[in-house]
Design a protein around this ligand. Sequence first.
Ligand code: SAM
Length: 327
Amino acid sequence: MGAGNAMARSVNPVEFHDYSAASSDFLNEVLSGLSNIPKAIPAKYLYDQRGAELFNKICELPEYYPTRTETGIFRDNADDIAEHMGEKNIFVELGSGNSEKARILLESFRPSQYLGVDISKEFLLEATQNLADDYPWLQVHAVCADFSRQLRLPAHCISSSIVAFYLGSSIGNFHPDEAVAFMQQIHKLIGIGNQLLIGVDLKKDEQFLHAAYNDKAGVTAAFNLNLLHRMNRELDADIDVEKFQHEAFYNPSRGRIEMHLVSITNQVLKIGKRKFSLALGDSIHTESSYKYSLQEFGQLAEQSGFRIQKVWTDENNYFSTQLLIAI
Ligand SMILES: C[S@@+](CC[C@H](N)C(=O)[O-])C[C@H]1O[C@@H](n2cnc3c(N)ncnc32)[C@H](O)[C@@H]1O
């Protein structure tokens, strides 16, 4: 399907804009990530179709507090959020995933357009079509893009009345310097006077954090290990996934959860014609999730050209929903 194609066979078809990267990007970033010391692969590659489905399951786990806490903040404060956002024609959701949280605000706002932007193409198409089917009055766009490379929207969707959503504490996946650069890109995209509603996970008890990323059912482990399966599926790799284990821990000096794939033996990974040696205990860093204090994130927002209009938190101060205005 090409850019700007509407999906067929629906009363309210989704307009699809395909800005996805070439598949060679995945190969190149894996090869360069495995050549680096320490070895690391960007977290965005965790989200193929299988990865997106597993992430959806993570969101329902008892240990994984962020999704239900952020959803609770939305539900408890929908009217207040609406009042502070004012009237907006266009909702742009970055890293939209299943688009579930946006529904809470779409129903009270009734904007004319919703744009879901995500790297995970099949999942994006399914989630946005579900939205379009449920809200026939809404014009829905699916933008498949890697926004860490380029943040762009279809030209006809740019408006003076736009609000961006960046939920699920996805901002925590960026190193703080990269987070500032990314928020500056969002600032440029939405323009002065427009708003960004962002979910920011807060610093908290380490054991509680540890449990959230090491669930008993092993779904987070499957999500992490799926990256190796994906490499086997898409990159002509020959990796014995059984020879790796999931590891996630809080790194207090960096203020972040780190997720790793740790080799449980000495082994050689083959990816196409390239070979990478791993010793027992060597790791591939697959995701970081930075946790912020309200003060730390306030500084980051200011450096990015935003002023905080209002912050909502849950009763335990686990998570925050922050409304920022581009100044
Ligand atoms: C932590 S999930 C959050 C999903 C959803 N917003 C939520 O709150 O449940 C991150 C989402 O961002 C998408 N994503 C990650 N990196 C991306 C990138 N570089 N460009 C576009 N989408 C990306 C993933 O596919 C996934 O849907």
